[in-house]
Design a protein around this ligand. Sequence first.
Ligand SMILES: [Mn+2]
Length: 410
Amino acid sequence: MRILHTADWHLGDRLGRIDRTDDLRKAVERVADYCKQENVDVLLVAGDLFSELARPDGLRETIRHWQSVFSPFLESGGTILTLTGNHDNENFCQTLVSAMSLASPTVGKPGETVPPGRLYLAADPTFIRLEDRMGGFPVQFVLMPYPTPHRFLRGETGLKYGSPEEKNALLVAAWADALREIRAHPKYDLKAPSVLGAHVHVHGSTIGPSLFRITVEEDVVVEGAELPNQFDYVALGHIHKPQWLGAEHMRYCGSIERLDLGEQADQKGVILVDIGPDGRNGEPVVLPLHATPIYEVVVLDPAEDIPRLRAEYPSANNDLVNLQIRYTAGKDQLEDVLRDLDKIFPRWYARDWKETGALGPTLVSPATGGGKGFGETVHEYLAQELIQHDEAERDAILKIADGLLKEMEN
Ligand SMILES: [Mn+2]
């Protein structure tokens, strides 16, 4: 059974002002190409399918995109196994799960063999079996969503915790309990091939410069030393930096695209592993994915730096760039500087500028600098923000803002 392991799709994500939908869709299409090219039987997506920034209409379009991209794979008998991560909206995913179980109410009881050719989503700890298409032997799949209180802490005790640390300790224990319960299930065969898919931070893994939109203190970190002995393959999601830990067959595949500056050095990919009736055949293989360059550019002297950047980055059209700009009033025209940089780096996702004089002690007298009223401050801020817009448009917006400010003052 050929399994393709991926995770952390974050579909519908944004970076600053840039919508990442197209980048992420391309990556998903590449994953679908690999499914075909490598004769994959099971595509296992280990959580964080959707971005928390995706809106309902974006989610609808995402599902429609899956339909067009994965229909050939599913129709040819492929199966997609997914589970929820910490960024997946619980309401939306639970609705999907409920709708799917209404469509096939008898499918997916613990330990049962499920039919291939469709997508499964686990929003709770789940244990199912799939039969190999060619060999006919069953492979057990244990799917563990990210441990949230809603999914893992049931009943009275679940609601009682005095501190974040206590909540995390309960979740760590509940995650291990849920896994132990599944492995103790009467239908679980300790000798049969088994694969774990989990969205969780396993103790001892290497995080990049930061975790993705979650602090280390907030995160639930579980013990995983036994997992490589218990499973023929452990497919992890959550940490975006690709790596194996403890053993070559316990892996974070990483996200399918670089999602923030912290991932600028990551090589992205998906993992192919082959499971036979007696366990793993050979070691897992990494298949590369294209990743959009993300970097920071510091401009200290626009007159000198901009021509140099133009020569140095002739094809930065698609790069995601964080611009840090210093300019000198009277020497540089901010509007021109921003326009020139916009031409070199049209997909800048964030930018910040400072007047060189503003860096040292202020020379502006309090009467002109500190004494601005609320209305004046808002007006100046807006004028600055709209500096690259069409002049008539800018004036029209400022006029509306001034009108509103006047109304407020009255
Ligand atoms: Mn993620």
